[in-house]
Ligand binder design. Structure first.
Ligand code: MN
Length: 745
């Protein structure tokens, strides 16, 4: 019988031992298929290539993974190294097997060049994100383990490369999956090539120590075994094989001598249940002196990757400290095989109370999800989607970039450098030209095409990109490079927003002071700067307009209050009265103040003032003018200032219809011009006439005109036009008076 067949049969044996109902027909078929496809391919060792897939399948079977995984392991190099295809395998062995092989192939194709720590972490994450199904990772780890075990046939350069990769990618992943046994072997194998001298030193010293103390260790083991047997505790006790790399690290990284390392000597006690663990601990602390601070309860507080055990270090009569690890069989399986222990130990885990460290959250989820589901269901649903919000891609020279899920070539370009993004003219993914909005996938190799004459980013990019980094850099570019353009687009956006808010440009630019105040409110010095900022996206037009509108409202309120006060002063000194249209008098009544008696059409509750130029009184035909911030000013229709022919066209909208209402107890200021032949006693006669009419005079002034004439100005407080008319009639009868007329400005 040939060697290959013998090797295969031992695989079949392991599979059947794990599961007597396993479909070995399919397994055999897969073996034949792989063997036929690899044909005469040889390994560096000179063996037929097929021995490698069989060896990997054996490792997978030893982890007790399902038959699909073992078959996939047999076929794992077919797509990569032979003319076999995904369709072919799917047709013969089903989709599950084909997908597993596909996953392993993808991981095989990934190029890992040694990078800084941050890069390595991204590579590890990408590795796991790409795998999707945890079985793909397990098969790939077994593949790597076998390659490491047969690394002696490779060139020294290849040995170093593979070892570094194993140390930096594969071992940490095995660790995260809680697969301590596999991790240790990978690390020890790598160390052998990375630091052959250091490895040998540790190995030799360890060997010497072990020989020297093997008697001591077996004596301790016997003592413990006897004591526990006496107490009726079922247990297995054995001396633990020490992992060379961890000692190497302690010696070189922590500069300790071998004698300073406490856990060189270690015994492991494996029992049936958790309560036995604590009983054993009690017995051991009773037999030996525990070393202070060395007890750790990883049962109560498991390690983030699910590891559980009690650790204690004790000193015997010989004065040599040694570590004891106490755990149940279940914990033991989890410690050795991690995630894979699920298949190995199908009863699941009881009392799983795992760590919550963020980094290991996904392992926790994996392990937790084992509890309630049956094994097959577990396998089907076990997807490695822990990095769903990230995507990992390569630069052409093998750097890994971590981007938000859904990221596009734009995000990638800006993650390299803003100059790359700004001069981007195209993008290639895995060698093919793609559009800028193409979502990137894990493991994609992305190349950005740039040109010095590139026009720079387009505004759309800000909506296409997924990362804030890209968005900010694009914004920066627009801020700097496209000021003119920004001003134009910003202005358009601003004006549209103004219109939307019911404002006009002239409302905010009414005066330079007003504009200045409004710009200050949005923290800009000039309109252009504001436009530019809106243009590049530094401020939204809606926000700018919103704030300006707020400010306008505030100013309007202030000005009205101010105007109110001013008007009060003015009316006291110059005869003008300002009335709040609806406000009732709250303080003690003053003769000069009263309700306005005016209704302004279409505007309620507005401030009204009677214009100084024509001093209207009730009964006069009147018209209103909406002033800026001073309410509505009321003019007589015959006032020259209200003459429709003289109104400014841009103020046409400000003229409003107003009308008088019954204003009881209302008094109005008005003025009359009396022209007369100047003579002695004229002023006295006028005053007498007014007094006879009970007219209220607030001010009287007279000025001489040329040719012996005079003009007397009378400021009066009247109730209405009727009263005014009778005053005018009376004055007209005063000797020497030539005419009496209403004053107009
Ligand atoms: Mn392989």
């Amino acid at each position: 019988m040939d060697h290959v067949l013998t090797q295969y049969q031992s695989l079949e044996h392991i599979v059947l031992e794990n599961n007597s109902e396993a479909n070995v027909e399919r397994l055999r078929q897969a073996f034949d298929y792989a063997r036929a496809h690899h044909g005469s391919q040889m390994r560096k060792s000179g063996e037929p290539y097929i021995t490698h897939p069989i060896a990997v399948a054996v490792l997978v079977a030893e982890l007790d993974l399902d038959t699909d995984s073992v078959i996939a392991a047999l076929l794992h190099d077919c797509i990569e190294d032979t003319d076999s295809t995904h369709e072919d395998i799917a047709h013969l062995f089903g989709d599950t097997v084909a997908n597993l092989v596909d996953g392993v192939t993808k991981l095989t194709r990934m190029q890992y060049t040694s990078k800084e720590d941050e890069q390595m972490e991204n590579l590890r994450k990408m590795f796991m994100a790409m795998a999707k199904d945890v079985r793909v990772i397990l098969i790939k780890l077994c593949d790597r383990l076998h390659n490491m075990r047969t690394l002696q046939f490779q060139t020294p350069r290849k040995q170093k490369e593979k070892s570094l990769e194993t140390m930096e990618i594969y071992a940490p992943i095995a660790h995260r999956l809680g697969m301590q046994k596999l991790k240790w072997e990978l690390e020890d194998l790598s160390l052998r090539y990375l630091d052959p001298v250091g490895y040998q030193e540790v190995e030799q010293e360890l060997e010497a120590l072990t020989q020297q103390n093997s008697e001591f260790l077996s004596r301790m083991r016997d003592q413990i075994e006897q004591r526990l047997k006496k107490e009726g505790i079922q247990c297995t006790v054995y001396g633990r094989l020490k992992h060379i790399y961890s000692i190497y690290r302690k010696m070189y990284a922590q500069s300790k001598t071998l004698r300073e390392i406490f856990d060189i000597y270690a015994l492991r006690v494996i029992v049936e249940d958790i309560s036995s663990c604590y009983n054993v601990l009690g017995s051991i602390h009773d037999m030996f002196n525990p070393v202070l601070g060395r007890f750790k309860d990883y049962i109560g507080t498991p390690k983030p990757n699910g590891y559980q055990s009690l650790h204690t270090t004790v000193v015997g009569r010989e004065g040599i400290p040694f570590e004891v690890q106490i755990r149940t069989w279940k914990m033991h399986q989890t410690a050795e095989y991690g995630v894979a222990a699920h298949w190995k130990y199908k009863q699941g885990m009881a009392n799983s109370n795992l760590g919550t460290e963020q980094e290991f959250e996904w392992v926790r989820k994996l392990l937790e999800s084992q509890q309630d589901t049956d094994p097959d269901e577990f396998v089907r649903t076990l997807k490695v989607d822990m990095f769903a919000d990230e995507v990992f891609v390569f630069t052409p020279n093998g750097d890994v970039k971590s981007l938000p899920a859904g990221a596009t070539p734009i995000d990638f370009a800006y993650s390299i450098h803003s100059a790359v993004g700004n001069s981007m003219t195209g993008a290639r993914v895995n060698g093919r030209i793609v559009t800028f909005d193409t979502p990137l996938k894990n493991g994609d190799i992305v190349e950005i095409l740039t040109s010095k004459s590139a026009r720079g980013p387009s505004r759309d990019w800000m909506h296409i990109c997924k990362s804030n980094e890209a968005r900010n850099k694009i914004r920066q570019w627009f801020k700097k490079e496209r000021r003119e353009e920004n001003i134009v687009t910003g202005r358009a956006a601003f004006e549209a927003e103004l219109k939307h808010a019911g404002l006009t440009m002239s409302a905010i630019t009414a005066s330079p002071e007003l504009l200045d105040t409004l710009l200050k409110r949005v923290r800009f010095g000039a309109l252009e700067e504001l436009y530019a900022a809106i243009g590049y996206g530094g401020m939204s037009a809606a926000k700018a307009v919103g704030r300006m509108k707020e400010e306008l409202t505030r100013l309007g309120r202030l000005e009205r209050q101010h105007a109110d006060r001013q008007a009060m002063h003015a009316s006291l000194s110059a005869g003008e009265t300002v009335f709040p249209a609806t406000a009732k008098q709250t303080s003690a009544p003053r003769p000069r103040r009263s309700e306005s008696g005016i209704i302004v059409e279409g505007l309620d509750n507005c401030m009204v003032k009677f214009s100084k130029c024509c001093t209207p009184v009730p009964g006069d035909p009147v018209v209103g003018f909406i002033t800026r911030g001073y309410g509505v000013s009321i003019h007589r229709k015959d006032c020259p200032n209200a003459d429709p022919a003289r109104r400014k066209p841009e103020e046409a909208g400000r003229w409003v219809e107003v009308s008088w209402v019954d204003g009881e107890q209302t008094s109005y200021h008005t003025s009359l011009e009396v022209s007369a032949k100047d003579r002695d006693g004229l002023a006295l006669d006028v005053a007498m006439a007014l007094s006879a009419q009970k007219a209220k005079l607030s001010n009287m002034s007279a000025r001489a005109q040329p040719d012996g004439y005079a003009v007397v100005i009378l400021d009066l407080v009247v109730k209405d036009q009727k009263e005014l008319t009778s005053i005018i009639n009376k004055l007209s009868q005063v000797p020497g008076v030539l005419g009496v007329r209403r004053a107009t400005g």
